[in-house]
Design a protein around this ligand. Structure first.
Ligand code: ATP
Length: 233
């Protein structure tokens, strides 16, 4: 049975569709997605490759504008905001870890984590960034540039950057995809510790059944639609 609609949902998506490309080559990627996510929940998003998981995350995180329907986060209707207003809305509210890490190549690991905090006008940006990099096990690499770091290390910088602003909502696309089992587990421990301590809402795309099992709710996407939605026992 589908969970009922919650008025106080942190994320509320209504009849969201996404069509990319121009006819006749346009592709219907999301087809009428309705979804509520309660504040403080942990959600795993599963589904076959190409089912639209990353696209759904991009729409919910305000990175991609849906073709139809509405998305609101914390009561703010993303579909009515322009790019600048969206960037401001995301800042401080939402932490995002994507498959491509989007680290700035001309900045060190420390700067990559600290600069968004500084932009948000927060104090102690560099001290907090250093502490977050320490927490993801990169305390010894803070002065290195992305090109000097392995894929897994870059992923950890991206995770530190997502966590450092203490956002209420974290989106992560395959956050352990590039990490060995031990490092992946310690990164997930960090995300779930934050979830437990601060009530941070987690929304995680994963192919890892063990990681999905740690989430309270598992949503399955198939061909651009929600085809499964269950709570773990
Ligand atoms: N710009 C685009 N134009 C046309 N089709 C696109 C575009 N971007 C993505 N797609 C297609 O949209 C579909 C959904 O992609 P998406 O990345 O959301 O899937 P996914 O479920 O996250 O897949 P994976 O598990 O492989 O990362 C795919 O078929 C993809 O080829």
């Amino acid at each position: 049975m589908m969970p009922s609609t919650v008025d106080s949902a942190l994320i509320a998506a209504r009849n969201v569709s996404l069509v990319l490309g121009r006819p006749p080559a346009s592709v219907e990627i999301l087809r009428g997605v309705d979804l509520d996510v309660a504040a403080g929940d942990s959600v795993a998003l599963l589904g076959p490759s190409g089912s639209g998981k990353s696209s759904l995350m991009a729409v919910l995180a305000g990175l991609e504008r849906p073709t139809g329907g509405t998305v609101s986060v914390a009561g703010l209707d993303f579909t009515t905001l322009d790019e600048d207003a969206l960037a401001v809305a995301r800042r401080g509210r939402i932490g995002i870890v994507l498959q491509a890490f989007h680290l700035l190549p001309t900045m060190t690991a420390l700067e990559n984590v600290a600069v968004p905090l500084e932009l948000a006008g927060e104090g102690d940006a560099f001290a907090r960034a250093a502490a977050e990099l320490e927490a993801v096990g990169l305390g010894h690499r803070i002065g290195h540039y992305p090109a000097q770091l392995s894929g897994g290390e870059q992923q950890r910088v991206a995770i530190a950057r997502a966590l450092v602003g203490r956002p209420a909502l974290i989106f992560a696309d395959e956050p352990t995809g590039n990490l060995d089992t031990t490092t992946g587990a310690s990164i997930m421990d960090l995300l779930f510790a934050r979830h437990a301590a601060s009530g941070t809402t987690l929304f995680i795309i994963t192919h890892d059944p063990g990681l999905a099992a740690r989430c309270a709710r598992v949503i399955e996407l198939g061909d651009g639609r929600i085809v499964g939605d269950r709570r773990s026992a």
